[in-house]
Write a protein that binds this ligand. Structure first.
Ligand code: ADP
Ligand code: ZN
Ligand code: ZN
Length: 752
């Protein structure tokens, strides 16, 4: 029948079933109410039993015999179960970030098949010791080796339950042998269900700290809002050690007393033993931790424990957000600025925004608390516009003075004839600290290695005249912009100062390690980078070796900057601060400021005074000046002005449309058409950039191109995305997009 509309519906929602939807007709009177993410009643199976289903797609194309398609019975508007919430959240993510509903559902639903509960078996002695001993002697006589081994083990531990796997594995006793001993009444085999709980057992009760007035103010404000029925988003801007974690604990305490649950997101790299112990000692076995080393089965168990009320608090990275608590009351995101909170797969969601949406969907509403020493521009901007409530904590509560930070001008060093990678001041401080048997960390940021080109004489960096991001060096002596595709010839001499030292800076950690050994032959050096941390556990091994003072110097990439306290580190050297500054995207300054601030914060954690040397070719760049003064406010003011001027997020919004194609020409044609299609929509104030190749233009023979759209209104961008999605679906239906895929990324973190 013409004009009919159909809904694709999944029944019995689970991660594995989302690929197999059933189609139903939407009756006339329900058309306004049936949409993606909505829960409906449908007749199911031969007996047409009413079942609950979820709409994942609405279409005017029947996928089989129209006469046989049944009708939806009714719509259920209110959210009643954890599944309802997951569905709504997935629908929101699909629309807000651009992806298929199936990809969105697979993101929010706990993966891993509903597997059988893990059962653990134990073997223990059942017969009397005399009988068992008699049998044991008989086995020795008859040379029944396997029986001899197990009886010896059991007689040695008559009151113990020995794990079954130990006996079949280590003792190499066959299951049949055990069975026959069980039948004879010699041993007993017990089974026990258990949850694979990766929890560390807590020792000793936690002594509650009396909160400082600033901390108490935060807790009181949030609590009062909560009592008034307000569910807000709060940003705590506080340097490391200013007591944020203590505030989180107090807030969680309050939420638990209200019979609700808490989700705490912490970047994986910062999930350190010390941090976790603070939660365990306070909340005991009500807490569970999720991390990437858990198996899918273990993750599934955790989700079950959350669903059934066995735990109240989950701590984990991004995906812990989808823990199906019956009644989440608070979502905390620590180190809110971390780029790992943004997913790199479709849907490319950001945990911060998704948490805020989730907080609206949960039964009674939840509040969201963000914390950071260097808040993202997004979060701070929203705090200044009043969208979030801002709190500042600016005192270190225990130990350690703030380090003294100096900036070494590498242009000056070159002029003075110092061509080494260490400035004179850094050399001097290294001598001093090594003399005193204190430790040093030397840090290089490899992220910037995409190949920006600068003048080592004056610090001039070659930038795109249209986008104000650094140009990257390509083969054939070209400099290229990854936003708009602008190209120019790489000059041999600096247009500003005439120096011939124009080059891309490419020192790696290995090279630094070699240099350290050359300058300070007696120093013991550890290196931490992608190469030395490839095997499991090597990351922890290097860190603990350094903490145990098995080395004097730790050389590394940004890995060494985060989370760890080394009380004997009194010197931090940042060898080329500029490198991240000239990564080819609009967040480069922000990332540099964050890294420098964090790196500087590594020095002087104990009671000895710390020094930091930031080496730079552009020492007067605002992110370097502000980081050396540990001055977030002045950095923010400069950076937000720049974003405002060029209409970059958070002031405006940006969508990257990434086209991946095996055929370069076909990819470019589609990219050009998508841009034209967006332009036709005449969204007022929209700016389009590209197509241009991504920073890595080809991976595995697949070309990657981007078109960018900038618009003040996020919803406007979503509508442009919808138009493109519709067009792409048409092409797919016609079989024209076989070697091309298109992905969307809103307010991208890596510039596309
Ligand atoms: P952050 O999370 O901001 O880095 P923490 O909450 O870890 O800060 O606090 C830093 C240190 O100060 C910790 O050792 C913590 O135990 C201590 N601390 C926090 N709040 C208080 C307080 N009110 N009184 C005493 N010590 C505190
Ligand atoms: Zn120059
Ligand atoms: Zn450009």
């Amino acid at each position: 029948m013409a004009g009919d509309i159909f809904a694709n519906i999944i029944i019995d929602i689970s991660h594995e079933k989302v690929d197999r939807p059933f189609q139903y007709r939407i009756p006339e009177h329900l058309r306004d109410r049936v949409d993606i993410g909505v829960c409906v009643q449908v007749p199911f199976g031969r007996g047409n039993t009413p079942r609950k289903g979820y709409v994942i797609e609405v279409t005017d194309e029947p996928n089989w015999d129209v006469d046989k398609i049944k009708e939806i019975i009714s719509v259920q508007d209110d959210i009643v179960s954890a599944e309802d919430i997951s569905l709504r959240l997935a629908a929101w993510m699909k629309r807000h970030y651009g992806s298929t509903m199936i990809a969105a559902l697979k993101t929010v639903l706990p993966s891993a098949k509903k597997q059988k509960r893990q059962v653990r078996k134990f073997v223990s002695l059942c017969a009397s010791t005399e009988d068992a001993t008699a049998l044991y002697n008989e086995c020795i006589r008859k040379k029944q080796k396997a029986r001899e081994r197990i009886l010896k083990e059991l007689l040695g531990n008559p009151d113990e339950r020995i794990p079954y796997e130990f006996i079949t594995g280590k003792l190499n006793v066959a299951a049949a042998t055990l069975k026959s001993l069980e039948e004879k009444g010699i041993i007993r085999i017990d089974s026990e269900e258990y949850f694979r709980n990766p929890k560390v057992s807590a020792s000793g009760r936690y002594s509650d700290k009396v909160l400082s007035p600033d901390q108490q103010h935060i807790v009181d404000t949030v609590r009062k809002d909560y009592d008034l029925g307000k569910r807000d988003t709060y940003l705590i801007h506080g340097i490391t050690g200013s007591g944020k974690t203590e505030v989180y604990i107090a807030l969680i305490d309050d939420i638990l007393k209200r019979g609700k649950q808490a989700i705490v997101l912490i970047p994986e790299i910062a999930l350190t033993y010390q941090t976790l112990m603070r939660f365990y000692t306070h909340f005991g076995d009500r807490v569970s931790v999720m991390n990437s080393s858990l198996s899918p089965g273990e993750k599934f168990d955790q989700m079950e424990r959350a669903r059934t009320g066995d735990i109240d608090i989950i701590i984990g990275p991004r995906s812990a957000l989808f823990t199906p608590f019956p009644n989440t009351g608070i979502i905390i995101i620590d180190e809110e600025h971390e780029s790992t909170y943004k997913s790199e797969n479709m849907p490319k969601y950001h945990a911060r925004e998704t948490a805020i949406e989730l907080a609206k969907l949960v039964p009674d509403g939840a509040c969201v608390v963000l914390g950071s020493a260097t808040p993202s521009l997004e979060a701070y901007y929203r705090a200044t516009t009043g969208e979030y409530k801002l709190f500042e904590l600016n005192k270190r509560l225990t130990g350690g003075t703030l380090p003294s930070v100096e900036v070494a001008d590498l242009r000056q060093e070159l002029r003075m004839g110092n061509r080494s990678i260490f400035s004179l001041r850094l050399q001097e401080l290294m001598d001093e600290k090594l003399q005193k048997e204190e430790q040093a960390m030397l840090f290089i940021n490899r992220r910037g290695l995409a190949g920006f080109v600068s003048c080592r004489g004056c610090g001039h960096v070659f930038k795109c005249p249209h986008c104000d991001v650094s140009l990257s060096e390509h083969r054939g002596g070209k400099l290229v912009c990854h936003y708009c595709g602008h190209e120019e010839i790489r000059p041999k001499i600096c247009p500003k100062c005439g120096s011939k030292y124009v080059s891309s800076f490419r020192a790696g950690t290995q090279q630094i390690e070699d240099e350290v050994k050359k300058f300070w032959p007696k120093a013991r050096v550890l290196r931490m980078d992608a190469d030395t941390t490839r095997t499991k556990g090597s990351y922890e091994k290097i860190l603990s070796a350094f903490a145990n003072k098995e080395a004097d110097v730790l050389v590394g990439t940004q890995m060494i900057v985060k989370g760890h306290d080394f009380p004997d580190v009194t010197l931090v050297g940042i060898l080329a601060a500029d490198m991240s500054l000239y990564a080819a995207d609009y967040r480069a300054s922000e990332r540099t400021f964050q890294l420098l601030t964090q790196a500087a914060g590594r020095a002087g954690r104990g009671d000895k005074a710390g020094n930091v040397v930031i080496q730079s070719y552009q020492p007067d760049h605002y992110s370097i000046v502000a980081a050396s003064a540990q001055d977030y406010g002045s950095f923010y003011n400069e950076e937000i002005a720049y974003r405002d001027l060029l209409r970059y997020p958070p002031v405006s919004h940006m969508m990257s449309v990434q086209i991946q194609s095996r055929d370069e020409k076909e990819g470019m044609e589609l990219a050009t058409r998508l841009r034209a299609l967006m332009e036709q929509q005449k969204a007022s104030g929209a700016v389009f950039i590209g197509p241009a190749f991504s920073a890595i233009s080809r991976i595995n023979d697949v070309y990657r191109l981007n078109v960018f759209a900038k618009l003040d209104d996020y919803e406007g961008l979503v509508r442009l995305k919808d138009v493109l999605e519709g067009y792409i679906r048409q092409l797919e239906d016609m079989g024209k997009l076989r070697y091309v895929t298109v992905q969307f990324d809103f307010d991208p973190m890596n510039g596309g």
